[in-house]
Design a protein around this ligand. Structure first.
Ligand code: AMP
Ligand code: ZN
Length: 476
């Protein structure tokens, strides 16, 4: 899949630009990772569905790649503007648990989320806490010309680099959440490189440094780890749209200070828009929030959520609703049924991929990852009666490669996630289905519908008229 030139939206220029790898033998991508003081909410996971679509598209173009997603296990304050407590320390204090155990628990949970969503394992997933010594070396290098010390830490003077904040929009300081200014900062946009532990306090995570015992600022970790694993100039840096305003401009400032030049570190800076719910942006700190496990507990397959994400362009806001998710799950089920039917008719011989479909798919993804345009092409492929089933299946593999929906392998039994509150076991379901058959035979449709509704309320979908004669069953 190489035909169409890849065009991507670069937040730096605010335009669509042709993507040309710095090294076609190794495209390098860095994605800001999760802060592991809690589970990722489904909004966070949208960010990684986006980066996975990006890296799968690049791989499908035939370019080998190195992808880094870091784990932020220190440094991220409750406000992005250097105010408040460290999120990790606050979580540890609130729960009375060991901070390292918290970090490990939520890092593992995040990795499980990635696996459930069929997100390809990144090449590296470095922990910030494993790189503190390198952060100190970086800070020592830039401190003399770019930083100043206050009682509570070492601060970066943002006027010492060219065009500070070019990446960010024209948002004013208030909009950027910089209201809670730290006393003594020279400019409201200046940010902490190192935060010194206040006298008389101890943190669970702290290190010695030339600026006192303390912890690194959040932005520093991404400059240091991206340069370490990808080099000082790499191809693409990604994050959620919130990072365009503070975190990424601060990384760029540090990178420029470090190289003594105006290079930002990455050629492309790309940002996914938010998943929102009716009350606004999803956030981990706002108490109740939606995790992938909660969706699964309610009977949704993780790939239904992935499909829900793909139904919107990554730069559009996407509203989470159970209706949207249900619609995605129904669509996924329809495809899985169609693929199963193809499989049963295709015989053992492998088919030949149909190039016109692959070219259309390539054209859609090459147009700034236009996944909503790719999905109807998949509909057309599956329903193309002129194409032998084996050829349709062979073509499907190209769609799986970039969309990650795993349609070649998914079957109905796997798709059927048992809701946590399901009360019926398999024999009870079978018994109710027999009763329903009898009711239908006796033309008692009210009773037959009532049984179907009862089963549906328990997460069992009854499928009348299924050409394969296959009723839904809950997994064992
Ligand atoms: P965090 O764990 O808060 O550091 O965020 C991890 C990633 O999720 C970052 O790239 C954020 O920009 C992104 N993100 C946070 N909230 C949302 C949201 N509601 N929708 C999409 N992406 C988000
Ligand atoms: Zn980052």
């Amino acid at each position: 899949m190489t035909a169409a030139p890849l065009i991507l939206y670069n937040s730096l220029s605010r335009t669509l630009e042709p993507f040309v790898p710095l090294d076609p033998g190794n495209v390098r991508i860095y994605s800001c990772g999760p802060t592991v003081y809690h589970y990722a909410h489904v909004g966070n996971l949208r960010a990684y569905v986006f980066t996975d679509t990006l890296s799968r598209t690049i791989a499908a173009k035939g370019w080998p790649l190195t992808h880094v997603i870091n784990i932020t296990d220190v440094g991220h304050l409750t406000s992005d503007a250097d105010a408040g407590d460290d999120k990790m320390e606050a979580a540890a204090r609130a729960s009375g648990r060991d901070i390292w155990a918290i970090a490990k628990h939520y890092t593992d949970a995040f990795k499980q989320n990635l696996a459930d969503l069929n997100i390809r394992t990144p090449t590296y997933m470095p922990l910030a806490t494993d790189h503190v010594a390198e952060m100190i070396v970086w800070a020592e290098k830039i401190a003399p010309r770019h930083c100043y010390q206050l009682d509570d830490g070492l601060y970066f003077d943002t006027t010492t680099v060219p065009d500070y904040g070019r990446l960010a929009g024209a948002a004013d300081d208030a909009a950027q959440g910089r209201i809670e200014a730290v006393a003594g900062k020279r400019h409201s946009q200046d940010f902490a490189i190192w935060r010194t532990t206040p006298p008389g306090e101890t943190r669970q995570m702290e290190w010695n440094s030339p600026w006192g015992r303390g912890a690194p600022g959040w932005h520093l970790e991404c400059s240091v780890m991206s340069a370490k694993y990808l080099g000082p100039a790499f191809d693409i840096h990604t994050g959620g749209i919130d990072h365009r305003e503070i975190h990424h401009p601060n990384e760029i400032a540090q990178n420029q200070a470090h190289c003594g030049c105006s290079d930002t570190g990455a050629t492309f800076w790309m940002h996914n828009n938010f998943l929102v719910d009716r009350t606004g942006k999803m956030s981990k700190s706002s108490g109740e929030f939606l995790t992938l496990s909660r969706l699964m507990e309610r009977g949704f397959h993780p790939l239904s959520y992935r499909l829900m994400c793909l139904q919107a362009h990554y730069r559009s806001e996407l509203e989470f609703s159970w209706e949207n998710l249900t619609a995605a799950q129904v669509r996924l089920k329809r495809w899985v049924h169609a693929v199963e039917a193809l499989r049963s008719r295709s015989g053992d011989d492998g088919g030949t991929p149909a190039l016109p479909y692959i070219e259309q798919l390539d054209a859609a993804l090459s147009d700034d990852l236009a996944t909503p345009r790719a999905l109807p092409i998949l509909d057309a492929l599956l329903g193309d009666k002129k194409l032998p089933p084996a050829d349709r299946l062979a073509t499907l593999a190209a769609f799986d490669a970039v969309l990650g929906l795993d349609l070649v392998r998914l079957d109905r039994a796997t798709l059927r996630v048992r809701p946590m509150d399901a009360v019926l076991d398999e024999s009870a379901i079978e018994a109710r289905l027999v009763e329903r058959k009898e009711a239908r035979a006796a033309k008692d449709f009210a009773q037959s519908d009532a049984i179907r509704d009862e089963l549906s309320a328990n997460g069992v979908e009854v499928m009348d008229g299924d050409p394969l004669g296959w009723d839904w069953k809950l997994p064992g």
